[in-house]
Design a protein around this ligand. Structure first.
Ligand SMILES: Cc1ncc(COP(=O)(O)O)c(C=O)c1O
Length: 462
């Protein structure tokens, strides 16, 4: 045995380094409520102090973990608490974090049944559960990717494969050069990652047929051009700013009848399907061909955890197919055929843990609570004299002060106060403050405290 092996076997045996990581993780989590939500300059400088020439000699494992905690933990954004409302940042359910830890100890590689039977089994269970929760067609399959960016990419890859195959063109073999022209139709407020997928797939953003949107960022149904069997239609369940859901009922069935491929980007909003009071928002989306969502957003699993759902298994598998003599594919499900990646963590396990912990009722409650806190924000911000730029539909809210300058100032002051964390956005020519309630940990008091912070920031008390 080498001396390096000696050290590592000793670490594994005495568990000190693993115990230390647990202790430090608990310390971090315990400190979150009283920490700066966004790191201070000093905390960022502390993490930067880790820059050094690549060390010649290594360091003891426990010292590595301690160094990481002492110098770098401060530079982590404390989004796991209840007062972080930036971007669309999910919190983390304790059970999902624990499942992630356990799975990390298993260190599974998930491309094939033969590399990880346990991952395949959990992928199959979660596929059935999500299909059921979202009321998607029986033939819907799921792939477990890093997030919505890749999930959208996968859905559009399947669409590109299917539409070209229907024209007698095999994109995998023949490529894009000389291929029949595909159309892409999207609302003007399609998410940046959907547009990126269009460019990655060689469809060209200049070729997108843009459709105007309404005041919540929803595609104007009356303006959608005639669809056909060469069209990929991009829809959204939850606009990242306006929060709106496209009118799936009016669009999806007729798009399907026209032979178009409809992809629904439901990064956070697809979860509306699992909540009794919100599922009307996604009525009709079952007629789309593919859907993408994040477990790391609304479901509050740890990052990185996205899901592509597709009702055309053959198209998804063919678009994402990879073969090699050493990639032994068998009768069982091989996860790599459902994702662009080969090596992957066994992400489905933490999704399973979250769903198993919550049950159908718990998912409903989780989603409904996020929406209830958003509505509370709306009410209290209104009462405090802020202007709502959109009436929230789900968990996103946009508001502003009288002038753009004041909106900027309030946002910056609130960020500096450490009371809560929000970011700016542009909305219909105005500067706005975005609130996304995406953590199970946000309480009624957190919302009230945050609104007080906005008032103080505006009125000069911060
Ligand atoms: C509507 C929408 N689509 C796609 C994405 C991209 O998701 P991810 O960051 O998981 O790739 C987001 C992220 O906020 C989103 O809100």
């Amino acid at each position: 045995m080498t001396s390096l092996q000696d050290k590592m076997f000793a670490d594994l045996k005495d568990k000190q380094v693993l115990e230390l990581a647990k202790t430090r993780a608990f310390q971090f989590l315990d400190d979150v409520p009283t920490s700066n939500l966004f790191p201070t300059k000093d905390e960022i400088a502390s993490a930067r102090s880790l820059f050094e020439p690549m060390p010649k000699d290594g360091m003891a494992a426990i010292d590595v973990i301690d160094l990481m905690h002492e110098r770098a933990a401060g530079a982590a954004v404390k989004a796991v608490g209840g007062r972080y409302f930036g971007f669309v940042t999910g919190g983390v359910l304790p059970v999902a974090l624990a499942a992630r830890w356990l799975t990390d100890a298993w260190d599974q590689n998930a491309p094939l049944f033969i590399t990880s039977p346990v991952s395949t089994i959990f992928e199959e269970i979660v596929e059935i559960w999500m299909r059921d929760l979202f009321n998607l067609p029986e033939e819907t399959v799921a792939g477990f990717v890093s997030g919505s960016s890749l999930a959208i990419f996968s859905g559009l890859s399947a669409g590109r494969y299917r539409l070209l195959k229907n024209q007698g063109w095999d994109i995998n073999k023949q490529g894009l050069m000389g291929a029949p022209t595909l159309r892409v139709v999207a609302g003007r407020d399609a998410h940046a990652t959907a547009i990126k997928a269009v460019s990655l797939l060689g469809l060209g953003t200049d070729n997108i047929e843009w459709v105007d949107v309404d005041d919540k960022g929803c595609i104007r149904t009356d303006l959608i051009p005639m669809l056909d069997d060469k069209t990929i239609l991009l829809l959204q369940a939850g606009n990242v700013n306006g929060g709106g859901f496209d009118d799936f009922q009016s669009i999806c069935a007729s798009a399907r009848a026209a032979g178009a491929w409809t992809h629904v980007d439901g990064a956070f909003g697809l979860w509306a399907a699992a909540a009794r009071d919100y599922k009307h928002l996604i009525a009709g989306m079952e007629n789309a061909s593919s859907w993408s969502c994040d477990a790391h957003k609304t479901l509050n699993t740890p990052y990185d955890c996205g899901v592509i759902l597709c009702s055309d298994k053959d198209a998804l598998n063919s678009a994402l197919h990879a073969a090699g003599s050493y990639l032994v594919q068998g009768e069982e499900r091989d996860g790599m055929l459902f994702t662009p990646e080969l090596s992957r963590r066994a992400r489905a396990i933490e999704v399973w843990a979250a769903l198993k912990f919550l049950g159908r009722k718990g998912v409903d409650e989780l989603v409904s609570d996020l929406c209830a806190r958003t509505m509370q924000f709306q009410q209290e911000l209104n009462d405090a004299g802020f202007e709502m730029l959109i009436e929230p539909t789900f968990n996103q809210l946009l508001f502003a002060c009288d002038t753009d300058e004041e909106t900027e100032r309030v946002c910056a002051n609130v960020q500096a106060s450490g009371e809560c964390w929000v970011a700016n956005a542009n909305w219909k020519g105005r500067r706005a403050i975005r609130i996304s309630v995406c953590s199970w940990a946000t309480t009624v008091d957190d919302v009230t405290r945050s609104v007080t912070a906005f008032v103080n920031a505006r009125d000069g008390n911060a």
